[in-house]
Structure formats: structure tokens, C-alpha cells
Write a protein that binds this ligand. Structure first.
Ligand SMILES: *[C@@H]1O[C@H](CO)[C@@H](O)[C@H](O)[C@H]1NC(C)=O
Ligand SMILES: *[C@@H]1O[C@H](CO)[C@@H](O)[C@H](O)[C@H]1NC(C)=O
Ligand SMILES: *[C@@H]1O[C@H](CO)[C@@H](O)[C@H](O)[C@H]1NC(C)=O
Ligand SMILES: *[C@@H]1O[C@H](CO)[C@@H](O)[C@H](O)[C@H]1NC(C)=O
Length: 354
């Protein structure tokens, strides 16, 4: 398979080799599909939130201009939704929600092959084209789940799908990843799917994040701006330019912001889950009509369907503060995405008042 020929990386490596945290990987594992945690959602609920989306009525919502609502328009397909799951950012919740919505709103979920490692960075233009052609071939109303970083469909002469992703607080994501790589259910599921994977060592499994951060020689928790570390959030939106995989790169940040504005219908935020569901519903009704209701009825209370890691321990706030110092660019992007979501949310309410 071409994917293997790219830059193969067995993710057991992700679990065994110390230098294997998600940021170091070119190919990311996604054996149990990515996730969220109910704990995080509940944490989010205790955060101060000024907006309460559930009260807005849908009937009086006016159409919102193309600068904020980029869902439709010239050169876009309104019957094809491309969801880019970012690991440990509530993607499992959204995939399960889309499964419910597919019956409610009448669309297909395209099956995706279970891959040992997830392909994010695709420097080869031919493989990018192949992916675009494959996705464009789908003719029925569908959701496609594909973890590759942004590819410009227009550049390959194809209509653009509706794009959706979810992000979360960068340090929370790093912590979540760290313990996900060690979660027993994850290791077991992965081993069942790919029996040739090597199980991680006892020392690896017993290492907590605090010790990892304290040990200077341990590369698993080193996030070094300016170094190539594939799989950070900015990369997914930046695309496949040389600078996109560089952690903390300002060009990558600028590019990612531009691409989000022009190409992503909605980038949701895990910490603002209700707003996210509300914005998805109103900006992409073809796919997300009824999202909040179905989520709270069927998924919210399921630790499995939201891929909650109940093996994740409390992390020392000092360790998080320490991690934060490396994540400036990731935080700038995260804040940008949050503001955009707020802007989209407010536009709905303003339209309502008119
Ligand atoms: C989100 O919506 C649910 C269901 O409508 C509600 O129970 C919950 O309190 C809301 N959370 C926040 C933070 O607004
Ligand atoms: C945004 O655009 C989509 C596609 O044209 C449309 O279905 C939806 O109603 C629009 N939403 C708002 C709030 O304008
Ligand atoms: C495109 O589709 C073909 C046939 O289903 C498949 O073998 C190939 O791996 C796909 N390529 C990509 C990049 O997804
Ligand atoms: C995508 O490609 C088209 C055609 O080459 C170009 O006009 C457009 O600016 C590109 N979009 C982005 C977001 O780079």
C-alpha cells in the first residue's frame, strides 16, 4: 500500500520508543478512533461560559453572509462533508454523533479502512491527488473521515467538500495523548486488530507525565519549537508545505489561520462543546440538524462512545504550566479558532434579533 511506502511508522513505536509522543510522529495511530473524555466535557461545563446556546430558536435564523458562513457557494459540494479527526480532540464523540445523524438527516458514513498508522503529512503530490480523486468520486450524500492535513481540492480541479474539525486546549491534548498511549483498553484493542504489534515495556507503562517532564534525557515529553514534530494541531490546517510539520512555526500558524478562514465551515472546540454543536447545526444543517438533541440523548453519558480514558490520572498543574511554555503558537491558533467559533455563534443571535 502506498501509505506504507510514504514514511512508515508503526505506532507501536508510538507506544514503545520513547521519542514517540504524537508530536514526533509522521504517521499517527488511530486504532481506537480518536476521542474525548467525559471528564473533559464536564470540566468544560464548569468553565465560565457566557453563552447558552440551547435557548436559541432555529426558526427565525437569518442567512448569514459568506465571510462567516463558508459552507456553500461556488465550487463547493454541499452533499459531501470531510471530517478531519485530530487525535484526542473528541473525534470519537463526533464520529458517533455523525453515525446517529446519518439516519436522522439521511446521508452515508463512508467506511474507512482500519489503518495501523494514520496518515497526516503527505508531501507527495501524486498521493494528495489520489486522495482528492478518491473522495471526489463519492456521489451520494456522505461523510468522509480522513486524517490527512489540508489538501486544496481546487488545485486538483475538484469541488471542495464541507470541512469540519475539532480542536481542544493544546496542553490538555498533550496530556490526553500521553495517557491514551498507555491506556490498557487502547493497547488491547490495538493488539487485537494488529497482532504483530509489540507491546510496550513495563517501564513505559508505569511512567507518569511528571517524571517524564523531569527527566532531561526523556524525549517523549520534549516539545521543542522549531523542530519537526508531526501531528501537532496547526499542522492539520496548514497542509503539506515544508514548514507545516515544524512545531511552533509562525509561517505554519499564519497559513493555518488563512486556510481555516477560507476552507473550514466549522472548527469546533472541545471546551465549548454546546456552542460547537449549536454552530454545527446552524451552519451545516444538511448534516448537523438535531446534533445537540441526539448528543445529549444518546452519547453524553457513554464513556465508550465518547472514548473517555478513565485511566488518566490527575496531572500536577505545575507540570501543565511547564508544558505551556512550549505551546505558544499552538495556543495562538487555539484562541483564533475559539474566537471564530464565537463570531459564528454571535452572528446567529444577531440575526435572530433582527
Ligand atoms: C450544554 O447543554 C446541555 C443540554 O442542553 C445542558 O444540560 C448543559 O448544562 C449545557 N452546558 C453548558 C456549559 O452550557
Ligand atoms: C450556511 O450555509 C449553508 C449552506 O448554504 C446553509 O444551509 C445554512 O442555512 C447557512 N446557515 C446560516 C446560519 O446562514
Ligand atoms: C484510493 O482508492 C483506492 C481504491 O479503493 C485505494 O486502493 C487507495 O488506497 C486509495 N488511496 C488513498 C490515498 O486513499
Ligand atoms: C487552492 O488552489 C486554488 C487554485 O490553484 C487557489 O486559487 C486557491 O487560492 C487555493 N486555496 C488555498 C486556501 O490555498
Amino acid at each position: 500500500m502506498k501509505i506504507r511506502g510514504q514514511r512508515p511508522s508503526d505506532v507501536v513505536a508510538a507506544v514503545c520508543v520513547p521519542a514517540s509522543l504524537f508530536l514526533f510522529l509522521n504517521l499517527l495511530l488511530l486504532s481506537p478512533p480518536p476521542p474525548s473524555s467525559i471528564t473533559t466535557l464536564q470540566d468544560a461545563n464548569t468553565n465560565i461560559q457566557t453563552q447558552s446556546p440551547s435557548t436559541t430558536t432555529t426558526t427565525t435564523v437569518r442567512k448569514i453572509g459568506p465571510s462567516i458562513n463558508t459552507t456553500g457557494g461556488e465550487g463547493r459540494r454541499e452533499d459531501l462533508l470531510l471530517f478531519t479527526p485530530i487525535l484526542r480532540c473528541a473525534s470519537t464523540s463526533l464520529i458517533n454523533l455523525l453515525g446517529l445523524l446519518s439516519k436522522h438527516n439521511n446521508f452515508h458514513m463512508q467506511k474507512r479502512p482500519r489503518r495501523k498508522a494514520e496518515l497526516v503529512h503527505i508531501p507527495k503530490v501524486d498521493l494528495q491527488r489520489e486522495m482528492v480523486v478518491n473522495i471526489s468520486r463519492i456521489s451520494t450524500p456522505s461523510v468522509v473521515i480522513e486524517s490527512a492535513a489540508y489538501i486544496n481540492f481546487t488545485a486538483f480541479g475538484k469541488e471542495r467538500p464541507i470541512r469540519v474539525s475539532l480542536v481542544r486546549d493544546p496542553v490538555e491534548r498533550a496530556v490526553s495523548w500521553y495517557y491514551h498511549a498507555r491506556a490498557p483498553y487502547h493497547l488491547v484493542e490495538r493488539h487485537a486488530a494488529f497482532p504483530d504489534t509489540i507491546l510496550p515495556s513495563r517501564a513505559f507503562l508505569k511512567k507518569d507525565l511528571e517524571s517524564c517532564l523531569k527527566s532531561r534525557s526523556d524525549t517523549e515529553c520534549r516539545y521543542i519549537p522549531g523542530k519537526e514534530m508531526l501531528g501537532h494541531t496547526v499542522e492539520f490546517f496548514c497542509g503539506h508545505e515544508d514548514f507545516c510539520p515544524i512545531f511552533g512555526d509562525v509561517r505554519a500558524l499564519l497559513r493555518a489561520k488563512e486556510v481555516v478562514e477560507r476552507e473550514w465551515a466549522v472548527v469546533g472546540v472541545l471546551e465549548e462543546w454546546n456552542n460547537t454543536l449549536h454552530v454545527l447545526h446552524h451552519y451545516i444543517p444538511r448534516f448537523f440538524e438535531g446534533a445537540s438533541q441526539l448528543y445529549y440523548e444518546h452519547l453524553h453519558h457513554s464513556k465508550t462512545k465518547t472514548n473517555t480514558n478513565f485511566y488518566k490520572p490527575q496531572v500536577d498543574p505545575k507540570a501543565k504550566e511547564f508544558l505551556k511554555t512550549s505551546f505558544h503558537v499552538e495556543y495562538e491558533f487555539y484562541e483564533f479558532v475559539k474566537q471564530r467559533l464565537h463570531r459564528q455563534y454571535r452572528a446567529l443571535n444577531t440575526a435572530n434579533d433582527l
